[in-house]
Design a protein around this ligand. Sequence first.
Ligand code: R5P
Length: 270
Amino acid sequence: MDWGIRNRLSRIFQPQDGRTLMLAVDHGYFLGPTTRLEDPRKTITPLLPYADAIMLTRGILQTCVDPTATVPVVLRVSGGATIVGRDLANETITTSVRDAVRLNASAVALSIFVGSDYEHQTLANLARLIDEATPYGIPVLAVTAVGKELEKRDARYLALACRVAAELGAHFVKTYYCEDFEKVVGGCPVPIVIAGGPKLESDMDVLRLAYDALQGGAAGLDMGRNIWQHDHPVAMIRAIRAIVHEGATPRQAYELLQDLTQASASVGRV
Ligand code: R5P
């Protein structure tokens, strides 16, 4: 693999264990001011020290992240549809590779909507982005998006979508955790990171999801709402980080979360 691609990937996937904890804050590109991401700078800033990379659009990067921040940027470069529009899958490439270079992105990210009316269009977007980004040594993250059809998230569908992304040349893939997740990983020759999805019912559900995904072969997480919609987002990201990089079990991570939450009670919210 090209030196530039490998170098940028090693900023995202920590060389000591090959894993990553990415913080996803790109939701506004189709959801607008989502709950607890209304003021992105306020949400993002306290979490940055605990994230291996941050996934966001150029607009939020430029307005809400200090340019002196050293966190690697995974730049979302697809969009063009919103939650109130006709079809979330109708995406195009919204940010050029030239602009990704200007912003010092460590990777670019684009959604594909396999099985949707826009399957061909979004797969063609991915292929074009890979053709354009690879000569600059910029890795491409393919996101296997399902739009509003959350029920699509089973191993058969996700294995197909991840494999197609890898076949087109994606350097890593973001998908969902599911039953029989090993089948998804087994059919995908590039690293997989897992989205958290909508906020889960309990903290333990989140920690188990993180743990099970890694045990099942994921190379990391790219998590958003289950971190920053938590009442104690810093405590939550630190607990998840313990699972990703320190070998913590869900129970150990839960105890850490409790400790951090209680410790913060006397000094303000973390
Ligand atoms: C959705 O399309 C966005 O790309 C998010 O980055 C992704 O869903 C991960 O965030 P969450 O953990 O909130 O699902």
